[in-house]
Design a protein around this ligand. Structure first.
Ligand SMILES: NC(=O)c1ccc[n+]([C@@H]2O[C@H](COP(=O)([O-])OP(=O)(O)OC[C@H]3O[C@@H](n4cnc5c(N)ncnc54)[C@H](OP(=O)(O)O)[C@@H]3O)[C@@H](O)[C@H]2O)c1
Length: 308
């Protein structure tokens, strides 16, 4: 057997990959990049990002993420983060059915996303959830995306002070509500790009004073999502979770507008601000899109680096 020709290694594949990844990052030998150290990129781009979301402009939209022909149901999609999710899914081309308990909110959100179906739904009531899916299927046919965003954020208190009613409400809305919806997914999510996105919270793995009951409900949803990602792979349904950090909504506005709290949270957040609702929505649009076709069982924190 002839000797193999000698191999000359001029650069290891790993080194070459590393140099591609690090190209442009600040290093001692890279003067152009080193300038970025005194002028961090996020400080430059932040006003753009913030203004874009305040204007309701989706940055994902600018990347041509399209959901044309898809149908999405957004439970808890009428106010706050869920409303932004409904609007951005719609802006990306999907037919969107937003719902929650309050008829006026449902009507208003439906109007905003040009949806004819107004079906107020209490997610804690399994029958109502089934009526919702039936109505969406009748009106739009195949459903592609289910977003579970309905949530109840209780008052912060130590666990021994949480009474039975409050514990039950937290679990009913945040956990049983998700269960009521996701168990119907194999029957109704029959579109081409099937996926479920659950809205969790960074409290699942970042301890926040007085939110043990809320965090427990959200952590359970995260775990349920991981199991579903495996079980629902047989149905071609991807299942992912987004975990927002602090986002100003009606649930927490008073607290987050308090200067002392605002300052403390901004200080603990590398990007030194709260998240915009549109930033959570952008991530949901990505997860619902064909671009995320191999992403399942994943959880994405949208927290500006808090609490690094
Ligand atoms: N804001 C934050 O900082 C933050 C951070 C992490 C995670 N989250 C999560 O993000 C989600 C949205 O919260 P948000 O801050 O945007 O507050 P929000 O504006 O109050 O949104 C909550 C939504 O859930 C709906 N809802 C509540 N109970 C329901 C039920 N039983 N059945 C159906 N819908 C119900 C509400 O509408 P109706 O009242 O009309 O039912 C509303 O549309 C929640 O899951 C929350 O836990 C929020």
């Amino acid at each position: 057997m002839p000797d193999a020709a000698p191999v000359t290694i001029t650069e290891s594949p790993l080194k070459s990959i590393c140099s591609r990844i690090t190209r442009g990052f600040p290093t001692a030998g890279n003067k152009a990049s080193a300038r970025a150290i005194s002028s961090p990129p996020h400080r430059l781009s932040r006003p753009f990002a913030r203004n874009a979301h305040m204007r309701g402009v989706s940055l994902v939209g600018t990347m041509e993420t399209r959901l044309d022909g898809q149908t999405a149901v957004v439970i808890g999609g009428t106010t706050g983060i869920g409303r932004a999710i409904s609007e951005e899914l719609h802006a990306a081309g999907a037919s969107v059915v937003p719902t929650s308990r309050t008829e006026t909110s449902v009507r208003e959100a439906a109007e905003a996303v040009e949806c004819d179906l107004v079906e107020p739904t209490d997610v804690t009531d399994a029958d109502q959830v089934e009526v919702l899916f039936e109505a969406v299927a009748e009106t739009y046919g195949d459903i592609d995306t289910l977003v579970n965003c309905a949530g109840y954020v209780p008052d912060a208190k130590p666990v021994p002070d949480v009474d039975d009613d409050e514990w039950a409400t937290v679990l009913d809305v945040n956990l049983t509500g998700v269960f009521n919806a996701v168990r119907l997914a194999p029957s109704y999510l029959t579109g081409e790009h099937r996926s479920i996105v659950n809205v969790g919270s960074i409290s699942e793995d970042t301890v926040m004073n007085g939110l043990g009951h809320y965090a427990a409900s959200k952590a359970a949803v995260r775990t349920l999502g991981e199991y579903l990602a495996v079980e629902y792979a047989d149905y071609d349904i991807r299942v992912n979770t987004v975990a927002p950090g602090y986002v100003e909504t009606r649930q927490n506005r008073t607290e987050l507008e308090t200067p002392r709290i605002r300052e403390a949270i901004h200080k603990g957040t590398p990007l030194s601000r709260y998240a915009e609702r549109g930033e959570v929505a952008d991530t949901v649009v990505f997860l619902a899109s064909p671009e995320a076709s191999f992403v399942t069982g994943e959880r994405i924190r949208i927290d500006g680096g808090f609490p690094l």
